[in-house]
Design a protein around this ligand. Sequence first.
Ligand SMILES: [Zn+2]
Length: 91
Amino acid sequence: MAHGTTPTAAPAPRILGHRAGMVAAAFPSKRDPGAEYIAVCVAGRAECSCAGFRYRRECKHTEALKLIAAELGRADRDISAPPASQTRRLA
Ligand SMILES: [Zn+2]
């Protein structure tokens, strides 16, 4: 097992694309080999296509993606979104 930069158990995502304030990534499914979950983070708010996110409105993919978004956002920050920690309210 390689040790990566993410503290979660999520598998390494494939970044599909990113621009200021927005990141999309595909996470390989552990349960269903060959399947991928698509997670999108916009201005600190993340959504995922996995079942866990549908039930709980959060999952390890969105957590991992927010970290990735924060890393990428450090390079080009033209958004003024607050950190995700204060925006926990459900839609
Ligand atoms: Zn997910």
